[in-house]
Design a protein around this ligand. Structure first.
Ligand code: 13P
Length: 251
């Protein structure tokens, strides 16, 4: 059975102490119980990773929001996959649309990041999704297909099994405009079918595909009710422990 995952992408929010307080609140609230087979992951800024590792229980995953596309060396300001792993994190978000858009990250570069993350024993959370223009033109499936083909090319099946996919339509991120449950289900099924073509039925069936984009406690239930929506990658609502946990309890 594939895992249900609710991951909080804090983006560039919270200084370290606020992040520790937020993680503590998430941990306390989670202790009250979660639906069966639901797992939480927190993705704070790099500076918070080691501190959060110290306070989080093993059943809450820890993710970086990015890693470098080079292994090591003279790349001032970059943080390598090995460094992320050495902080205690076990996941890394790769290919978020904000990285693609503002930092001009390309598909081949993302493919390098995925491979380096896997080599450092991290599980990548690979983001894909079309922008509004592409949705309106009706080319959203082609866009996502290409992102997956290029970003996840040339990954051995054993490694692919560690990858989590997050479908995040850019027009839904931070806009309050959520994809409808049907739009999410259609794209998730499309992505799963693509994985099936690449790796077969079993691997496709075991891959968790998360939805991201203005997911909140009021709309999570109808999104998560779809058979191919295995959870969410949550931005704004993950900055409030109660909202984040309410989303996790929407299964
Ligand atoms: P919001 O939940 O704030 O729309 O952000 C989604 C997102 O980008 C998560 O990675």
């Amino acid at each position: 059975m594939r895992r249900k995952i609710v991951a909080g992408n804090w983006k560039m929010n919270t200084v370290i102490q606020d992040g520790l307080d937020l993680a503590e609140s998430v941990k306390k609230n989670a202790e009250k119980g979660l639906p069966e087979n639901v797992m939480l992951i927190l993705a704070p800024p790099f500076t918070h990773l080691a501190g959060l590792k110290n306070i989080l229980p093993d059943n809450i995953g820890l993710a970086a929001q990015n890693c470098a596309s080079e292994e090591s060396g003279a790349f001032t300001g970059e943080v390598s996959a090995a460094m992320v792993a050495s902080s205690g994190a076990n996941y890394v978000i790769i290919g978020h649309s904000e990285r693609r858009l503002y930092f001009k990250e390309t598909d081949p570069e993302l493919n390098k990041k995925i491979k380096l993350a896997l080599a450092s024993q991290l599980s990548p959370i690979f983001c894909c999704g079309e922008n509004l223009h592409e949705r309106e033109k009706g080319i959203h499936t082609e866009v996502v297909k290409k992102q997956i083909e290029l970003g996840l090319s040339d990954i051995p099946e054993a490694d692919f099994k560690r990858i989590i996919i997050a479908y995040e339509p850019v027009w839904a991120i931070g806009t309050g405009k959520t994809a409808t449950p049907d739009q999410a289900q259609d794209m998730h099924l499309y992505i799963r079918t693509q994985i099936k073509e690449m790796y077969g039925e079993e691997t496709a069936g075991n891959t968790s595909i998360l939805y991201g984009g203005s997911c909140n406690p009021s709309n999570a239930r109808e999104l998560f009710a779809n058979s191919d929506v295995d959870g969410g990658l949550i931005g704004g609502a993950s900055l409030k422990a109660d909202d984040f946990l309410a989303i996790a309890r929407s299964f």
